[in-house]
Design a protein around this ligand. Sequence first.
Ligand SMILES: Nc1nc2c(ncn2[C@@H]2O[C@H](COP(=O)(O)OP(=O)(O)O)[C@@H](O)[C@H]2O)c(=O)[nH]1
Ligand SMILES: [Mg+2]
Ligand SMILES: [Zn+2]
Ligand SMILES: [Zn+2]
Length: 1587
Amino acid sequence: MEGVGYRAGEDDKQWSDSKGQHSTCVKEKQLETLLEDLGLEQLYPEKLSLSTLLQIDKKTITDEPAKCNSDLPWYFLKKLMMVNVTARNAKCTSACESNVDAASGKTELDFDDLFDNLHLGDMLNPLDIITALFLCSDGFVRQEMALKMSMCQFSVPLLLPNCDTNQCTLMLWAMRDIVKKYRPQSLSESKGFIEDRIVLSELPMISFVRLGECSLSKSEILNKLLSNSQQYHDTFVHRDMDCGDSPRRISNGLVEITWYLPCGNKNMDVFSEPVAVANLRGDIASFEKQFSFLCQTSAAVFVFFDTLDSECELLTNQHHKAQIFLVGNHQSKRSSIDALKKVATKQGLTKSNILLKTKQMNDADFVKKLRKTVSNVVENSKMEMGIEQMADIAHELEICVDEDSPECQTAKKNADAITAEIPHILQYKKAQLPLQGQIWKELTRLEKEEFRLRNVGSDKIEDYKSDLQIQKTKLRVKQNSYDMSIAMICFINAISSPGMERCYFLKWMRMNLDNVSRGKLSDLREQYKEKCKNSENKEEIKDIDRQLSNSSLGTEHFFREMGQIYEASLSLPERDPSRQQLQHLPKLCAQLLLDGFPLELVDGEASNIPLRWVSDVLSQLNDLMSPKSKILVVTVLGVQSTGKSTLLNTMFGVQFAVSSGRCTRGAFMLLIRINEDVKKVLNCDFMVIIDTEGLKSPELAQLDNSHEHDNELATLVVGLSDITIINIAMENSTEMKDILQIVVHAFLRMKEVGKKPKCQFVYQNVSDVSAHDKNLRNRKLLLQQLDEMTQAAAKMEKKEENKSFTDVMEYSPDTGNCYIPGLWNGNPPMAPVNAGYSEAVYELKKNIIQVLGSCESSANNILEFREWMKSLWNAVKHENFIFSFRNSLVADAYMRLCTEFNKWEWEFKNEMYTWVTHAETRINNFGTVAVKSEISDMRQLLTQLKSEACTVLYKWETKLLENLAKYFKQTEGHVYLVEGFREDFANSAKSLRREMESSVFNQLTSAADIRQGMAELDRIKENHTKQLEERVCALIDKCREKKVKMADKELDIEFDKMWKETVNKLSFSKQKATNVITNVSHYLRDNVSQKGSHACELLSQNSLDECGLVPFKYTAEGFYKQFKHKASQLFNIEDHVMALQNLADCIITNCTQFVTERMERKNNYHDTYIQEILHMIDERLQNNQSLKIEIQFEVSLKQHICGVAARQFQKLHEDLIRANDPYRCLNQNKEKFHTDFKDVFHERDQCQKKAEEFTDRCLRPAVEDFVYRSLGPDIIGEMLTNQTFSTRMFFQYSVLLDLLSEDDFENYLSYICSYEEYVKNWILKQIVERFSNGSTMFEFEDQHVQSSIRSINDAVNKAKTEKSGNLKSFIQNVCQELGDKLVISQDALGAFMILNNADQEQFAHWLTECVKDMAQDLRVRFKKTNIQMKLQKLNVNPQNELFTELIGCGKQCPFCAAPCEAGGKVHTQHWTSLHRPQALGRFRSHTTKELVTDVCSSSVISDNRFRCTATNGEWYPYKHYANIFPDWRIVPDASLQASDYWKYVLAKFNQQFAEAFNAKPADIPATWKRIARKQAEESIKVSFNTK
Ligand SMILES: Nc1nc2c(ncn2[C@@H]2O[C@H](COP(=O)(O)OP(=O)(O)O)[C@@H](O)[C@H]2O)c(=O)[nH]1
Ligand SMILES: [Mg+2]
Ligand SMILES: [Zn+2]
Ligand SMILES: [Zn+2]
């Protein structure tokens, strides 16, 4: 506000106060109180930092207007940071006060209060707010404010007053960052322009000041002076603006500056040459220092006045260089011509130096006059001065300069030392930054070739790769041979300096380097433009391109060099001092990131990421942040120079390079802090912003591989981001199409690897308000185009199931679009930023934050971000991204899912084991005294049990599926990454249920059948026993009748006689044995008949009796017959025979084991046994389809196995019949009858004896049986708690690690050749190891013993209460009670029951005692039995069960036979973490007979070919292996070290393997020999993701 006298009163007092001595103490507090009003007192002086200012807080996401004074500064800053031209129109609503009212609950009208409110609500002048903020801000915030203010075409402070100290400061540093472009008259022809840092530009400055009071509004006049006819703009705050008329409390003495810059169009330009305009607030009488300064620096000073005091010393005293112009308002009565004359003569002013605004003159006329005067001055001025030069004058006048601080000065010195001598940029880079040049590009080429193998040429891939590695090492050595350059030493030293100095240094560097390259580049750009006019200059254009890229030099080049120095040092030995000296660099860089400096992710020149360097910086960053800090990533993609960086800068207040004239490419990231108050909303601590450069840039498009590089970059940044902004400038739609294609590819790839980033389309330069609606049609069209592109991209990536754009990314056509009007309101350079632009960007920002806040899954942390970066980049380096992508986070998430799933699976199985045990117990007790249920028919029981089983099984299937669903609902653990596998696991759950069902049914049926078979025998035996008992009783009666005391001997004779007679009288029909062999034959035929008539024919050539008598030996006879014509050319017959023999051996071992187990259990034979065996054989054969299995082989193998099994089962069956032969059983009990007879005869007390007998014969075996039934699942459960058994991957890892620790050839060989056997033994070893020590096993056993004892005691107690009085019914009651748990042998029970007359009470008493002893005894016996013996007795075999669990689908890699590790049993794709050199699969060269070193994971990316039975012996390219083995996914080795393990093994045992495989040793590549055991170990840790 100007013209204080205009509005007499307070204002007058205020400015006159500053002169008065008496009011110093009031004055000294002016600033303090204002800062308090604004709530800024804590930040004074210079405490507001950029990172505080830029953090995202509540104010960012809510759009509330300022409510009270303390909101105003923030309101202003927030808007200013988004370059909103309305920023200065800050005004608070009175809501603040009324809120106070509401809070205090006042209801009465209180007029005093009302009055107070008015007073409190006094508006603050915007200039006060700006001044206050400058005083409170540090140098970097000041720069940012000045920059944004100048973009808004606001005046910026030149001299900043401090009314409390009476000091003022020249804002040189604050303006340093302002760069302006303009076109002076002289260049308007050539369409050239000048681009310069404004503080360095030497321009004439015109100053405007006021003397005394003035009724003219100086600022308003100035605004009019500077505005062109079409557009008025408020450069200076004036009194007609919002709050512009509020009294200024601290901003008097402020000098503001602005620039008028021409655009080169005569009709539009106000001045044809650039000019700086300064404006002093307040009366020069009070601010002499400022006035003197202006007089010394300006070309002209215009003094506005109403009255002139002729005695005024002020004007005359000045020793000024500037011309003085007097501007008076003639309307004012007080103006006196006399005084004016006097002053004018004193000053020697001519008439032209005096401007009077007469009554007739309106503002417009007056401004015109003023303009003309100014124009004259500008055109004729010799006084041109840059602001930098003004610093000296300031110092002379004791005005501070903001660059005076020692930090800033030291930093400047350091920066100047580096940048002073740069005569030629390219040469400078070569000399000072040598590591990043050609060497780094060559390294990049090698690195990519290592992944792509484009030029492999020869057959030996591994040799080629080894060679590449050696070349890489050489380049690193070369890098290390350079001494660190002086520039780099200075640079690293300077960025190691503390806090502020470092920031100043980097800023200085950035500005200095910009200045250096700006000059060189504008030249080249001109040339470029020239050449482009003629499209024939392709070569020349290319050359200029190269020069452009060579001539750019920024701080990023220094950081890049640092990265290379660091990476190269890593190839030195760990203890090397020059390596250790550089260890701290990543931390340094991480600190810079935290301070808000950008980090170069992708070096666009080499098109590579220095992975180690960036990873280590990120790791350090992670250490510096609070643990588990989460980040959200926002990136932008779009054609070069479409305002991406401008958009990000506007949105977040950051400083990405805005087309500074450099021609860069790559990606930069920086961090923005999230304030506490919104951390909850966003669920993260930092936001990472990634800016990309050089995409589809017309200049760079000329370079080779440009398209490829664009795709790489886009894939990386899309993969890293949570939300991607796709920036589209509406004017160039062809480029837009290109960019969309790239983007669609990137998104498609992300979808395939399990990531679905969000996306936001931004259309720039759309200003129509109806844009959104109008563009509905366009959007539809766009979406249609996107769909087409998606389909095309999907085809290229071979993922055709993606049909529409929304399949690959989360995009809503309604909310995913944003229209942003043009950046400038008018014509640059004088155009301010369009308010509409700023507002639209703000809407976008809020939208983005809102979208990010509503993310379902949790954000990544820095380490996860790092992992994404690594894996994305590694995959990008391959030609085929989707197929090469491998990410430890995905692997981790998968591993977790597998672990969980395995747990559920085991719970299910365990539950079913328990259930089956229980059901079998019921079946086995069926028809005995122990039976409780009403069911009298076994079929009925079986049906009931089966239906129960179904219910339980379905319950569990549902539970599994529910678990799975719940698992995928989690927000933690990145479950979305494995979403693609969900179906597999659901299918596995269903298949598990099916499998369990059939196994349970089998068990139930066989148990029932066997029980049924025994029922007849039982009845016979029972009958016999009964008859005998009657006889014995009769005999006792007979003997007692004799009334003579009979000697034992006589009794014996009597008993013997009776026994013989009775037994002779009983009828014993001999049990007939079934012919098991016939049954087996039947099932075998049934099985084989499915293979066709030829198979049946083969089968009937041999009778089963004759099969399996000699060891199975496969002869290639049938094979020769079948493939006679091409056998020899197909493959090595010996190998084939050997492989089949191996397979056969393995199957035979398994089946034999199955048979042995059945024999061990001593149950009767059941047909399900042979069915299971056939099923086992079929399954294995199925899993080895890569071997050509001819029918002859299959049939003879099956016959062999069935033959052996049939004979064994026959024996089992016959043994069982023999054992249960009634006659035999009866005779076995003879002795017992005998003693019982004598006991009863003598009326001896039987209680104790009977109790013992019952315990020993009935209970003990039942309890033992119970324990062994339960122990199997216990052991499995226990083993599964071990991490080794948690997943297939971990299991493989453990086995391999163990192999390595023993490092024994035989072990490796056995693992490779007899995998199943080796692994089963290994599992057994683990079990034995686990249970040999410690008491776990004993605890399990004891637990079951105790539970049995408890059941027995309970049963006894319950039976006691029944009071039947009869011992028999007592025992029956006990048995019935136990019937659900224990299976009591009927034979034993029957024998026990006879001649029993024990007293029930007594018996019960003794029984309890005996049971106690038995428990003790059992414990001792269990302890004595070793673990191997126990394992044999178990019903559920733990090592088999674990093996099945861990073998999963059982498939093996078709090339190297590494086992599949995919989770669940049913999965769509098989894969393995670690492929082996083919030598280990017995591959040898046709010609040399040498073992082959190729690894499948490399072969599949090479141009090599393979042939096998699956290709019918035809050569086929490895690259397209998926056509031959569609269910295999063979991923290239992402780390390039994964197969180090096997390379190490092969290198070490090359000779032995060769002997074992009957080949010549492999020609081991040089680098393999250097792999140490430790490295091998590391490599499996990486492959199996256990690090
Ligand atoms: N006319 C106009 N110029 C713009 C707009 N947005 C950005 N610019 C200017 O275009 C140039 C390139 O902008 P920059 O943000 O560096 O583009 P980037 O390469 O996509 O990052 C800068 O000089 C901007 O000032 C706009 O909407 N309209
Ligand atoms: Mg950019
Ligand atoms: Zn393989
Ligand atoms: Zn599999």
